[in-house]
Design a protein around this ligand. Sequence first.
Ligand SMILES: Cc1ncc(C[n+]2csc(CCOP(=O)(O)OP(=O)(O)O)c2C)c(N)n1
Length: 564
Amino acid sequence: MEMTGAQIAIEELKAGGIDIAFGIPGGTIMPFYDELLKANFTHILTRHEQGATHMADGYARVSGKVAVVVATSGPGATNLITGLLTAQMDSVPLIAITGQVPTPMIGTDAFQEADIYGCSIPVTKYNWLVKDVREIQGVIREAIRVAATGRPGPVLVDIPKDIQTARAEYNPHAPTAGALPAVRQMPGPEAEGIEKLIEALERAERPVILAGAGIVKAGAAAALTQFARHAQIPVINTLLGLGGFPGTDPLFLGMPGMHGTAYANFALCECDLLINLGARFDDRVTGKVSSFCPRAVIAHVDIDAAEIGKRVRTHIPVLGDVRDVLRVLNQQVKPAERRSWLEQVESWKRDYPLQYGWDGSIKPQYVVEQIQEITGGEAMVSTGVGQHQMWAAQFLRFNEPRRFVSSGGLGTMGFGLPASIGAKFGRPDKESWLIDGDGSFAMTLVELATAAMYNVPIRAVILNNGFLGMVRQWQELFFGKRYSHSHYPKNPDFARIAEGYGVKGFSVRDVDQVRGVLEQAADHDGPVVMDFHVSPEENVWPMVPAGAGNDEMQLAPPSPELAR
Ligand SMILES: Cc1ncc(C[n+]2csc(CCOP(=O)(O)OP(=O)(O)O)c2C)c(N)n1
């Protein structure tokens, strides 16, 4: 039957299992929006396109589904860039649908014309400018496939207004494969690499697993847990891998690298075999590459061939889906004991635990510990970027994947609030918490209006230190305490701002009130903002200085108040 381009696009999204989009309308996307209203399709109207992209991103991370964000041309479309790059760096499947000026006007500097196709090339996995209505069906179908398959990522489809209203024949069953650049088909995992890995494991006395986001995306968490327990190998999770292995398992060593646990970094320095499962050897993980795992044979399993050997010399490359690889390993690897290595690891855990001082002020780490106790590791927790993000990663314990939502690769401040809203739409059965910094929160707090409008029960915790804390920490340690423009001596009253948006707000300055406020918030049936005025000059420890090796990690300086 004949349909308009806008109708076809929506039909194909629905056929791909997509039934929700986040966005803001405008001139060039109005035909698409008009059809959305008629279609059985949920749309969340946000206050800023960046917020819409992070919401879609949060939705995708917790649900594992492809998410959609919609914007008009020009400033609507360019407002997506930060969100698209955030998703690209963290391999999140996202489709951006943007309106474009009508095709005859492209290239004339028409009102609100922007070359979003060109702008989005470096921040997406693939993108299209649709110039013929007959292409829409194939493009949308391919967009879903490209976003979700192989290493997932964001794509963008730019549709001129006249193409949205033009008509074409639509047959939902029409085969469209082959019409457009196909996603490379992943071969099965190479047997040779796996064999070498098994041999190396049989020889190894001190093996360690480094498990990244690939474990989460491949749905391989259960297979990883089985493997690690069966072969008795300690597991380190990257920031985005957290929850890919149970945080309460005795084999769990926490996060590696710049703000990793001391025992994870000791294990990396001492291991004789490192098994990287779906982690991309980010510089925040490796520190100085030349002193990364100096005694180890390095095996790397990854779905993206471009990642293998990109930063770290790899002795045993294994290209493939990490879940398939783990299936083979679980069949073939013999059980092991490794008593002395595990005892060594245990003693590091005992001697160098995560800790913080105690001086009567509200310690940010204490707030995170209380959130952990209240949620029991079951809730979804989103974060901004900065010290609070690192404390959340250090002190929370996730027992399941897709619970921790954080911008790792790009480190996008302002990500947390919209992501926590999107997460609640992605998994309405789970609680959605936000741990944010005052700087990060202020960047996108306008989305409180969205939380209020849809009554999304997010629990937003601001660890308010009145500083761009992570910047201040670097200035303290590496710039002679010269706090150049990292201080907010006059922060707004976030609780009252929340109330202005119709959101319940708490302002907390007394440590004795922390637990009670968190409990009240947990019971509230709408969105809540809790502004905790925390110890302003608290630092994140341990720390590997930028450019240093993990063996140069600094532990917390000795402190008389280090009582906890
Ligand atoms: C959009 C953006 N701008 C700047 C930065 C650089 N940056 C990284 S951490 C940080 C400070 C974060 O402050 P806040 O959100 O208050 O968290 P805190 O470190 O105090 O916990 C800054 C400015 C960034 N990551 N993202």
